[in-house]
Design a protein around this ligand. Structure first.
Ligand code: TYM
Length: 331
């Protein structure tokens, strides 16, 4: 059976970009084909950015509750917290010993930090911890430990999956065929979901629309989506509009066609936003209630994650053993 694996790091509330590009396709695959699905909270990746105890804890439970509220069935999907699977960190160390430093120098999250420091004219190492620097190695361990075939992600994670392949190749070359080559799955329509200001929706740009806000806040945020200055009654181009593009991920094909016609016949931006709010909110109403219930019962979340971690560990153990055999850890 194919192995499908993906993770989200708790560095902010789950937003529409995470949902559309990663959660939605991942849940669809787990529904549609026979596969082993492993979805997890990349909490120790989050630690490279969030070092406030309460924030780290709240965000981690928030991600867990989001997946469960939006449709993840823990009977079907192995759902766990990365930090509950120590095998990942053991493999991560072994892989780091086979990873050339130059490969990490080229990784985009680290390079972005260097660029920012250069712009601010401060020491290049400012704000760069070793966790951020070796971030892609831990991600390679997440992926390779389970012999993942498919990794559904947004475009910004392609480089990381490629690095995982490079590291797997380096290991296989040195010790013999061990790791399977993972493939990313990026849908061109969802590769980059724009945020409120039109740039990539991202926790670090502060331009996100969180999935689980009150209806009132959701409406306010949708109201802030940047639009051009086409006057109210003039025709508008749906295919370049962020409002239209977000709409397509929540509406039915008929609704999408009708909305397209409205754009062409000159709907005002205000009315377009109102319609976007209507469909997104209708879609989220029930999950939002479930999310609030889950957040209020962390014991339930702990139990699900603990059981998931036991399953993940059982799956991981034989491969980690093989790796240790190959490196010469055993006689
Ligand atoms: P993270 O937590 O930043 O984002 C989670 C997922 O959401 C996607 N994404 C987007 N896609 C389209 N448009 C956007 N505006 C947008 N913003 C976020 C990301 O591409 C990602 O798929 N390193 C990963 C977490 C991770 C992981 C893994 C993923 C750790 N280990 C193993 C897959 C496999 C990350 O930071 O994602």
């Amino acid at each position: 059976q194919e192995i499908v694996l993906t993770g989200i790091k708790p560095t902010g509330k789950v937003h529409l970009g995470n949902y559309i590009a990663a959660i939605k396709p991942a849940l669809a695959i787990a529904q549609e084909r026979p596969c082993t699905a492993l979805y997890f909270i990349a909490d120790y990746h989050g630690l490279t950015f969030i070092q406030d105890r309460n924030e780290f804890n709240d965000l981690s439970y928030g991600i867990a509750a989001t997946w469960l509220a939006i449709g993840l069935d823990p009977e079907r999907v192995i759902f766990y917290r990365q930090s509950d699977v120590p095998e990942i960190f053991e493999l991560s160390w072994i892989l780091s010993c086979l990873t050339p430093k130059g490969l990490m120098n080229r990784a985009h999250a680290y390079k972005a930090a260097l660029d920012t420091n250069q712009q601010l004219d401060v020491d290049p190492d400012t704000g760069v911890n070793m966790g951020l620097f070796t971030y892609p190695i831990l991600m390679a361990a997440d992926i390779l430990l389970f012999q993942s075939d498919i990794v559904p992600v947004g475009k910004d994670q392609i480089q990381h999956v490629e690095i995982a392949r490079d590291i797997a190749e380096a290991f296989n070359r040195n010790y013999g065929e061990t790791f399977k080559m993972p493939n990313y799955l990026v849908d061109e329509h969802t590769a980059v979901i724009p945020g409120l200001d039109g740039r990539k929706m991202s926790k670090s740009y502060n331009n996100t629309i969180p999935l689980f806000e009150t209806a009132e806040n959701l409406k306010k945020l949708i109201g802030k989506i940047k639009t051009d200055s086409t006057p109210p009654h003039e025709p508008k181009e749906p295919d370049t509009s962020n409002i239209f593009s977000l709409y397509t991920h929540f509406a039915t094909p008929d609704q999408i066609e009708a909305f397209r016609d409205q754009f062409r016949s000159g709907i005002s931006w205000g009315d377009a936003k109102q319609e976007l709010f209507r469909v997104v909110n209708a879609f989220l109403e029930q999950p939002r209630e479930k999310y609030n219930d889950l957040i209020a019962s962390p014991d339930q979340i702990d139990k699900i994650l603990y059981e998931g971690a036991q399953k993940a560990r059982a799956l991981a153990a034989p491969l980690l053993n093989e790796v240790k055999q190959r490196i010469g850890r055993y006689r």
